[in-house]
Ligand binder design. Sequence first.
Ligand code: SF4
Length: 321
Amino acid sequence: MKSWYSNTAPKLETKSSKSLIHSFIVKEHEGLTINPYQGCQHRCGYCYATYEWSPDFYDKIYAKSNAPEILERQLKSSKFKCMKPVMISSATDPYQPAEIRYGLTRRCIQVLQKYKASYYVFTKSTNILRDLDLHKRYRDNCFLVWSITTCDEKIRRLIEPGTPPADAIFSVIRKFVDAGVCCAVNIDPILPLITDSEVHLDEILDACSDNGVGYVFGAVLRLRADIWERMKTVLISLDIREGIPQYQKTIFQFLEPIRSGVNIGSSKSYENRILGKLRDRVKSKNIIPDFPAFLWNTPAMPDQNANTINQGNQITLMKYV
Ligand code: SF4
């Protein structure tokens, strides 16, 4: 198989960053995000964060060693007077193995809590269990999301070899649910012809239901030139050879080569069918098919010395799906 990552363990390096918290806009939604690391050891073939500026994305992980200090400096500045919830992270997994060595995500979260910022974490990792107490004491203002694409171990090992198995993730989710933390599963991306069957999605939804997950949402894969090259490798490795023309002609409807920088979504009919079914199945299990909305009132850990940036505003967690 033509692999998208090297056969050796990724190299870890540190670097300094000038800025950590950034705003972003996805469709009509605005938000803030921090990325304490660059690169990701989870090595997912469908990853959207693998831009050309980071050719070693899967093999060289940079830890932004001054991330907590930079974050605090930015939060103290007047720029972020009215703060939206902070996404941790948009372009890397904040609890990938490097976090065990560097602890930057933990320290950044401590800074966010000090400044009474709400946050939501996107991860595929079980390492987040180390921070159970940290998130638990801030449970009124944080939201944890695990991205799970499959319960099928053969497929997982191929498409995202650095992630833990789904059953290990669900046992961690259970602990957060029992601690009263707001937890979600993001089935993203749903891979056409690979993980989009009802059986496949139901397996994830059953585990969500069994483990008390309150929110489930998902999205269909989007293609870009580099993602398409990796997906062809996956389809061939799984012996779904007819998948290549089906992706080209029916599901994504594109001509090769895909131009650099172009993103291609699946056809509306495919997307509506899959996401409609997912939404119906989620609701049938009494799970909410969306992000939660909750009030920002009294922070769980008020710090009287902190520079209050939210000033008691009501904040609704941003939709990012
Ligand atoms: S966990 Fe996220 S950032 Fe990391 S490789 Fe997978 S998709 Fe990319």
